[in-house]
Design a protein around this ligand. Structure first.
Ligand SMILES: NC(=O)c1ccc[n+]([C@@H]2O[C@H](COP(=O)([O-])OP(=O)(O)OC[C@H]3O[C@@H](n4cnc5c(N)ncnc54)[C@H](OP(=O)(O)O)[C@@H]3O)[C@@H](O)[C@H]2O)c1
Length: 207
């Protein structure tokens, strides 16, 4: 089995990669290859904001069973101060970059394989400065829900995590009363998407 993980060295992505490996080792036969791609990777460099870079990576990697995206750059600014650029840069950095991955992945994912994108709890509740992220997370969840019926040979889901435990100290004030989730809980949401049968779903890891 071959899984291509975008953002595999990130806070979320490394837990996704760890839990995917753990699940495969415990429950699956055969070999597993996890290809860890990210912007500063020496082995599998990719810039998800650049069409030619994403195309080149998929051409190099060839057919895969699953594509996981755990990337996304968002700007946090209070809606009373935010400019159009706040929204445009978040749309480019988290939404368009992942749509680019998903559209390119359609050609490389084997029949019955999967694509998993990353949205987040900020799409569902109001957090200070979170409106740009919210717009994008809801768009990602809407994309997988409405694109899945037209992608019958593969499954496509989003993972929506709450704040991860290791970031809770830094971001706790932004998420008052929201329980952080462990890296393992968030990683297992990606396992559910890759190894399960669901499609068109937003898989929540909200603690
Ligand atoms: N952290 C949380 O608590 C949390 C909670 C819910 C949702 N999320 C969402 O999860 C996603 C990842 O967040 P994170 O906290 O894991 O971020 P992070 O720690 O900054 O990691 C981001 C990862 O994405 C890669 N990346 C970023 N931009 C890229 C690009 N243009 N092309 C290719 N790779 C790129 C980075 O690669 P390099 O290191 O090489 O630049 C890194 O591997 C985001 O969409 C975020 O909104 C995070």
């Amino acid at each position: 089995m071959k899984i291509l993980v975008f953002g595999a060295n990130g806070t979320i992505g490394r837990h996704a990669a760890t839990e995917l490996r753990r699940h495969h080792a415990e429950f699956c036969d055969g070999a597993l290859e996890v290809i860890e791609a990210h912007r500063t990777s020496a082995d599998f460099h990719v810039d998800a904001n650049d069409d030619s870079s994403v195309k080149a990576l998929f051409e190099r990697v060839g057919e895969v069973d699953a594509v996981v995206s755990a990337i996304g750059n968002a700007r946090w600014e209070s809606a009373d101060k935010a400019t159009l650029d706040t929204y445009l840069s978040t749309i480019q950095g988290k939404l368009i970059s992942q749509l680019r991955i998903a559209l390119e992945a359609r050609e490389c994912v084997r029949p019955n394989g999967s694509i998993t994108l990353t949205s987040g709890i900020v799409g569902n509740f109001a957090f200070p400065g979170g409106s740009a992220s919210s717009v994008v997370n809801q768009a990602l969840d809407a994309f997988v829900r409405t694109a899945s019926p037209e992608l019958p040979t593969l499954r496509i889901n989003s993972v929506s995590a709450t704040v991860i435990e290791e970031s809770a100290a830094a971001y706790g004030a932004t998420f008052p009363g929201f329980a952080p989730a462990s890296g393992a809980v968030i990683g297992r949401a990606f396992v559910r998407s890759v190894f399960g049968v669901e499609t068109g779903q937003t898989i929540t890891a909200w603690g």
